[in-house]
Design a binder for this molecule. Structure first.
Ligand code: HQG
Length: 218
């Protein structure tokens, strides 16, 4: 996991967090995070913020454009609020670089913007990784393999509990979570490249059915 602590401290912003900011984050932090991830992963044009090919956006520009286009009265961005959101994010979804007027932010994975050329680190994965999904998708996955769907990469978890929480995001009525074990050792032997996002999510372009085993739990 790449740590944001030093950059957050350098901004000095957390000293300026107000009780109102903390209250807003407590009540609406999740919604604010979703709105922010939507912009940073899928649609920077929605608020007209510039993004480079590695998905970085300037923090000052993001804050002013996000607030200018925000129609939800319950949340807002400021530097202290954004730094607190980054610091406390449960999956450490956000990355930071630079300082002062050159402070930049991005989401570390999950993008769907087609023109991005992310600089993910190529890494050798552990021998097994996991993918959590819904029973609804299983037949299709077992016939076509795991596809990135709307995102740029297939996302994999390093352990079963994480995969279960990913699966639970997709559950419609009558569906249940399904965990697929991925034979990454064999994929590596077959020359397939894996990437590690800065928040320890594993990424790969595609996984053929032959590498997938449905896990059963007694
Ligand atoms: C499924 C979250 C039918 C796939 C998570 C998944 C992750 C197929 C869904 C990150 C298929 C796509 C990504 C096929 C794949 N036929 N369905 N051939 N191949 N699928 O949300 O992996 O919390 O785009 O199984 O933690 O669920 O947002 O991918 O169920 O890291 O930060 O198509 O997003 O991160 O769903 O999640 P998604 P995902 P955040």
């Amino acid at each position: 996991m790449i740590d944001n602590t030093e950059i957050i401290e350098q901004t000095g912003a957390l000293k300026h967090l107000t009780p109102e900011d903390l209250d807003m984050l407590k009540k609406s932090g999740r919604k604010l995070g979703s709105a922010l991830c939507y912009v940073l992963r899928h649609n920077p044009d929605r608020i007209g913020v510039s993004m480079d090919k590695q998905a970085w956006v300037n923090v000052a520009e993001l804050i002013s454009k996000f607030n200018a286009h925000n129609t939800n009265q319950r949340f807002y961005l400021s530097l202290p609020v954004l730094m607190e959101l980054v610091r406390t994010d449960s999956k450490q979804r956000y990355g930071l670089k630079g300082s002062n007027s050159n402070l930049m932010i991005r989401c570390r994975q999950g993008h769907s913007i087609p023109w991005l050329e992310m600089d993910y680190r190529e890494m050798t994965p552990p021998d097994l990784l996991y993918h959590g999904t819904s029973s609804t998708f299983l037949a299709s996955i077992m016939s076509k393999g795991l596809l990135p769907m709307s995102r740029q990469k297939v996302h994999l978890s390093k352990d079963v509990p994480t995969a279960i929480s990913v699966a639970k995001r997709h559950l419609s009525k009558d569906a249940c979570p399904m965990i697929l074990e991925v034979d990454t050792a064999q994929m590596v032997k077959d020359g397939i490249t894996f990437y590690l996002a800065d928040n320890d999510v594993w990424l790969v372009d595609y996984i053929a059915q032959k590498y997938l085993t449905l896990m059963t739990f007694q």
